[in-house]
Design a protein around this ligand. Structure first.
Ligand SMILES: [Zn+2]
Ligand SMILES: [Zn+2]
Length: 385
């Protein structure tokens, strides 16, 4: 029968390695011999250390899950046991590293720290992505307190060492209990673990050196941006605790769908509709590009439905290669009139009666497939047939 290693750490059987380490650190803080010198605590500390060691070893954990105890049954050859002490592959360095990190015994935390990064959604139109755009944005963020210039002190005095924790950031308390003397280590309540006190605190920021404020700034969005890109504005995030350096602001670009153009990376796709007459005879059609400029598209005589033309260098700017643009790909569709006046009907009838007119017919599957795939292929490759 296996020991309940999961129960010892207070985690469930699905716990991840990091959850196991976290649970271990939480308990180690309570039972480590440096903190709690009682025999009872030493035994508990040994147990939780064993439990962590077993559960972080995939082979041993599999044995536990199968109902075996990897430490009680070393004769099964599953590779070493605990041997009743801190033996067998037990890494003391790791253990104490984790322990001290969790406890915060490394000293006070700095009073002045870097601020958080901020992020905001940044919706733009396709036209703005086509040309690039300068925009004014307003963010609600932490800024340097204007009343103390970030010092946290109304009279701009330097911080002094906290008397309560003598600068360590932590306070220890010894309590006598039936288990023996219990030593607890807690964050110093007077200095918020920083080991420093601000004399004559600023009432505006409560000595934090920063306040919340709305701030406006001008940002430049380069041409060619795509949805999902992030633009980093260094030092425009939140000002840190104690008036510390600001984090960065990230703009998350979202390019809206355009009513005319479909974007395919650096290419733009547009559709021109025409009558059968224009398809037969050829024509030109004006297309307004996203930047407002006019492009004349030539429809060659004999254009087939779903044919495409490629206008090189009129697509989206490429961000990788300065000054280059993708292509504009124009697809042609035909619209057949559903109502004809008598004169048009007569003209078309005469056309059908002419010699050389090709009547409707059934074509082979191969010809049919060629029609379909060539055109779909052409469209996506952006190559004219
Ligand atoms: Zn303190
Ligand atoms: Zn202030």
């Amino acid at each position: 029968m296996a020991k309940d290693y999961y129960g010892i750490l207070g985690v469930d059987q699905q716990a991840t390695d990091s959850e196991i380490k976290k649970a271990y650190r939480r308990l180690a803080r309570k039972y480590h011999p440096d903190v709690n010198p009682s025999d009872e605590a030493a035994e508990r500390f040994r147990e939780i250390s064993q439990a962590q060691e077993v559960l972080l070893d995939p082979n041993k954990r599999r044995m536990v899950d199968a109902g075996h105890d990897p430490l009680a049954e070393p004769q099964h050859g599953y590779g070493g046991g605990f041997g009743g002490g801190f033996g067998g592959g037990f890494d003391l360095g790791d253990l104490f590293g984790a322990f001290f990190e969790g406890q915060g015994e490394t000293g006070p935390i700095p009073r002045v720290r870097r601020g958080e990064d901020s992020r905001m959604a940044f919706p733009i139109s396709l036209a703005e992505a086509y040309t690039g755009v300068d925009k004014k944005i307003t963010v609600d963020t932490a800024v340097i307190c204007p009343d103390c210039d970030g010092s946290g002190s109304k009279t701009h005095q330097e911080p002094v060492t906290c008397q309560q924790c003598t600068g360590s950031g932590h306070v220890r308390a010894t309590q006598r209990s039936f288990l023996g003397n219990m030593v607890t280590v807690a964050p110093c309540p007077a200095c918020a673990e920083t080991g420093q006190i601000i004399p004559d605190p600023c009432p505006t920021c409560e000595s934090d050196g920063r306040v919340r404020s709305r701030r406006s700034m001008q940002v430049h969005i380069p041409a060619g941006v795509e949805s999902g890109m992030r633009i980093r504005l260094q030092g425009n995030g939140e000002v840190g605790p104690g008036g510390g350096p600001a984090g960065d602001l990230y703009l998350h670009i979202q390019v809206a769908d355009d009513p005319t153009f479909t974007r395919d990376n650096e290419h733009l796709l547009a559709t021109v509709q025409m009558s059968i007459v224009d398809a037969c005879l050829g024509t030109t059609v004006g297309l307004t590009l996203p930047d407002g400029s006019q492009e004349t598209i030539t429809v060659p005589a004999g254009t087939q439905p779903e044919d495409t033309v490629v206008v090189h260098g009129k697509g989206m700017p490429t961000m990788q290669r300065e000054g280059e643009r993708g292509d504009l790909i124009v697809r042609f569709v035909m619209k057949v009139p559903t109502e004809l006046d008598s004169k048009t009907r007569k003209t078309l009838s005469q056309l059908r009666d002419r010699r050389g007119y090709e009547p409707a017919k059934v074509i082979s599957r191969e010809d049919s497939d060629n029609h379909l795939f060539t055109r779909i292929g052409n469209f996506f490759r952006g190559r004219n047939a």
